[in-house]
Ligand binder design. Structure first.
Ligand SMILES: Cc1cc2nc3c(=O)[nH]c(=O)nc-3n(C[C@H](O)[C@H](O)[C@H](O)COP(=O)(O)O)c2cc1C
Length: 390
């Protein structure tokens, strides 16, 4: 039975609904971290131990959530993070996320490894779509992809720089998953016991002649699909990406250029010096380096180095007060990855709109209760770090 969306009141409700709908293989791929999941736990603890000291009698009955990102004013500080294979959660998933987010004025960053192509997503949310790039081993093919992205009308390119090797996610191997599904007795049983998902995501596209969902940003003749995910070496993620690649991208990409996955002040300085427009301070949702520091712990030292660059933060946002805290620590805006995916699984585009609206409502409540009226005025000294009490 599909959940009554009005009964889902907080992120955990959406997560529970997502867990029910999805086979374990996909739920764990979406939900979990890497290795021993230490970064996942500590990232969460770092947000929780920050407490907000309210100012009283400020007359704050109306709050302004607008913010400045990459030279534009956005109505809210949210951006949907790039998440690979969202289109396997619900068919057309990336386009549903984009159209739902657009209704709230929230930009969406489409992943290189999406199931829905950039052209379709850009049509679903005109002017509201960014693109996330993984540099492939074959740089020429990477540049060809960028031509396509540009032709679709994208202005903002986000290059992910924190995934130089495959992270260790043991549950994926156990579940028979590696950017696609491997048939093992366990995975077949898992999928068979989620018939609603199996019909919507796998069988219906087949019956309707749409074929097996694939990765449309890959060159057509090399395109992996979700049942045959093996990638041609030329389009595997490059392990040898350096600052020279980024300098070259800065020359060829005329729009806004953002680096995602930065955690050190030195890298922020270097990015600024070569004319990068923004950075995403991120642990990739605690899915890559399990020993990475918590974003909340490093953010202030990075924003100090950023100068005029836009600083976006992500990883671990589950409630409005998390957004408040990352903005008070100096971020201009935040990205959310898993939350829109929980919403998508729970209720398609409507689920996405609801979970993003819920997050914004929670942010408004946090601002009201802490006596703040404008995000642009949040300050570090409104936060108290109760380190050691968790
Ligand atoms: C299922 C899933 C797939 C992801 N795929 C990508 C990706 O292809 N490229 C990328 O740069 N980040 C990817 N990320 C990381 C997100 O962009 C983002 O940094 C992270 O999800 C933020 O943390 P949160 O999920 O706690 O909000 C992915 C995250 C998830 C949950």
């Amino acid at each position: 039975m599909a959940p009554d969306l009005s009964s889902l009141l907080e992120a955990e409700d959406f997560r529970t609904a997502a867990r029910r709908y999805l086979p374990r293989v996909l739920f764990e791929y979406m939900d979990r971290g890497s290795e021993r999941e230490t970064a996942l736990r500590l990232g969460r603890a770092a947000l929780d131990r920050l407490r907000i000291v309210p100012s009283v009698l400020t007359g704050s009955n109306d709050c302004d959530l607008s913010c400045n990102v990459l030279g534009k004013t956005l109505p809210t500080p949210l951006i949907v993070a790039p998440t690979a294979i969202a289109g396997m959660i619900r068919p057309g998933g990336e386009a549903r996320i984009a159209s739902a987010a657009a209704r709230l004025g929230v930009p969406v960053c489409l992943a290189t490894q999406s199931i829905v192509p950039i052209e379709t997503v850009a049509r679903a949310a005109p002017g509201n779509v960014w693109f996330q790039l993984y540099v492939w081993q074959d740089r020429k093919r990477t540049l060809d992809l960028l031509e396509r992205v540009k032709a679709a009308g994208v202005e903002t390119l986000v290059v992910t720089v924190d995934t130089s090797v495959q992270p260790l996610r043991h549950y994926n191997r156990r579940n028979g998953f590696s950017m696609g599904f491997r048939a093992t007795p366990r995975s077949v049983l898992d999928i068979a016991s989620h018939p609603r998902w199996a019909w919507n995501a796998l069988l219906r596209p087949l019956v309707q002649g749409r074929g097996i969902p694939d990765f449309p940003h890959y060159p057509e003749y090399l395109r992996p699909n979700v049942l045959r995910p093996r990638q041609d070496p030329s389009v595997r993620l490059a392990r040898d990406v350096t600052w020279q690649d980024i300098e070259h991208l800065r020359v060829v990409w005329k729009g806004k250029l953002v680096l995602k996955g930065i955690l050190s002040p030195e890298d922020v300085t270097r990015a600024r010096r070569i004319g990068i427009d923004g950075v995403v301070v991120s642990t990739h949702g605690a899915r890559n380096l399990d020993s990475a520091p918590a974003v909340a712990d490093v953010l202030p030292s990075l924003t100090d180095e950023a100068g005029n660059m836009t600083v976006i933060a992500d990883s671990g946002i589950r409630q409005g007060s998390d957004v408040f805290k990352l903005l008070a620590l100096g971020a201009d805006a935040v990205m959310v990855g898993r939350l829109p995916l929980y919403g998508l699984a729970a209720g398609g585009a409507e689920g996405v709109e609801r979970i993003l609206s819920m997050l914004l409502d929670e942010l408004r409540v946090t601002m009201g209760l802490s006596g703040q009226t404008a995000l642009s005025e949040l300050e570090l000294n409104s936060l108290l770090n109760v380190r050691g009490q968790e």
